[in-house]
Design a protein around this ligand. Structure first.
Ligand SMILES: Cc1cc2nc3c(=O)[nH]c(=O)nc-3n(C[C@H](O)[C@H](O)[C@H](O)COP(=O)(O)OP(=O)(O)OC[C@H]3O[C@@H](n4cnc5c(N)ncnc54)[C@H](O)[C@@H]3O)c2cc1C
Length: 369
């Protein structure tokens, strides 16, 4: 079974990259392990978030903003081609501070990021107590201020995934389930990927298997030091429109549920929910929005982020296996625009642009003495 490109992993990162490759005219096959694998894309919060991204790492700040700028184009394309709405909206986003100390730290962060983007470009500003309460009526008295960024937005991660899969298929791509990659070997000018569903061949191979990338990378000369970081999320019953825009930890979905997120727990490959963490999430959310105390929680889950040691993405072509690329990140919703419309064209032409050099995993190699 021959294609121009094989994408290993059908989560948000693989699907966005595969869709972008198909848009470039490549015949694409996505191989996905299936429900037995860890799948961050089915457990995330759905923010398309720019503010606070890339502190100390300007390349990431710029790449994130680029993705937010590409999102409207991607969303419109997917809707037109598939009829699936991702519920994408870009009303801007709010981050709340619950103490003066938090607000001071936030001010310093925003000032540093202004230096990266330029004040006009960054589009984030500090809000004092009055401003933040005017902007989001119904906030609790504990909210002392916050920040607003006009480039922030949100979407349904599940509908995004569905739209990308549908869009890929409409562009002639195929998705093979229960096809975990077991071996990648050279095959003439390209590669053969062996799976329980058969062997697939292509000139290009993209490793987008989330946490599964680490062992796959080792077989093709890529050292990908990624690790899981657990996050838990709560979802309330549906309610009338209450929130005009997403916030960093509470957002209202297109269907009316309120999502409350999310924790950061370094506990290995554990995806159990825990009542103490859920209680902390709920308590913090109620301090921000007291009306939440009257809503019932109807769902909760835990999922694993895919984290590099510094938290920034890894994009790299293998030196020993040219044509094999790895793509990893912990913000697969936010970066879907960049993955589909900026990264995929680079992979299609066979080389990553120089401005992505900062994302090579070589940054984790010990410096030579
Ligand atoms: C609680 C939580 C909240 C989050 N909130 C946000 C947010 O608000 N905004 C945002 O941008 N991001 C958010 N994220 C991050 C986002 O979910 C991830 O960046 C994204 O889902 C990663 O997608 P992925 O495709 O790399 O990985 P995954 O979704 O894990 O997909 C990997 C896929 O690879 C497959 N696979 C694994 N091994 C193999 C193999 N050997 N062969 C074939 N297939 C294989 C699996 O079946 C799976 O489908 C959040 C994550 C969590 C956990």
């Amino acid at each position: 079974m021959q294609s121009d490109a094989i994408v290993i992993g059908g989560g948000l990162v693989g699907a966005a990259t595969a869709y972008g490759l198909a848009k470039e005219g490549l015949a694409v096959t996505v191989l996905d392990e299936g429900d037995v694998a860890f799948r961050a894309s089915r457990g995330n919060f759905g923010l398309v978030w720019v503010q606070s991204k890339g502190d100390g790492y300007p390349d990431y700040a710029i790449w994130t903003r680029r993705s937010a700028d590409l999102w409207p184009e991607l969303d419109a394309m997917l809707k037109e081609e598939t009829g699936v709405s991702t519920f994408y909206e870009k009303p801007g986003g709010l981050h709340f501070c619950l103490s003066e100390e938090e607000l001071e730290k936030r001010k310093a962060l925003i000032a540093r990021l202004h230096n990266v983007h330029g004040a006009a470009n960054y589009g984030a500003r500090i809000l004092d107590r009055q401003e933040v309460h005017d902007m989001m009526p119904g906030l609790g008295p504990d909210v002392v201020g916050g920040t607003y960024c006009e480039h922030d937005g949100h979407a349904s991660p599940l509908y995004l995934l569905r739209a990308l899969h549908d869009g890929l298929k409409r562009r002639g791509g195929r998705i093979v389930a229960d096809a975990g990659a077991r071996d990648i070997s050279r095959d003439g000018e390209g590669y053969a990927v062996a799976t329980p569903a058969g062997t697939f061949r292509a000139g290009r191979v993209v490793l987008a298997a989330g946490l599964g990338n680490k062992p796959l990378g080792e077989t093709v000369g890529l050292r990908l030091p990624i690790a899981p970081l657990k996050g838990q999320i709560l979802v309330t019953e549906r309610t009338r429109p209450r929130l005009s825009m997403p916030t960093h930890v509470v957002r209202q979905t297109g269907e009316g549920s309120i999502m409350i997120g999310d924790s950061h727990e370094d506990v290995g490959f554990d995806i159990s929910s825990s009542s103490d963490v859920m209680a902390q999430l709920a308590a913090r959310a109620i301090r921000m929005f007291p009306f939440l105390k009257d809503l019932r929680i109807v769902r909760s889950w835990a999922a694993l982020r895919i984290m590099s040691p510094d938290g920034y993405p890894i994009y790299q072509q293998s030196e020993t296996h040219p044509g094999v690329f790895s793509v990893n990140c912990h913000s697969g919703v936010t970066l879907a625009g960049s993955h589909a419309l900026a990264l995929a064209p680079m992979i299609a032409k066979g080389a990553l642009d120089e401005d992505l050099a900062a994302f090579s995993a070589r940054r984790f190699d010990a410096p030579a003495n």
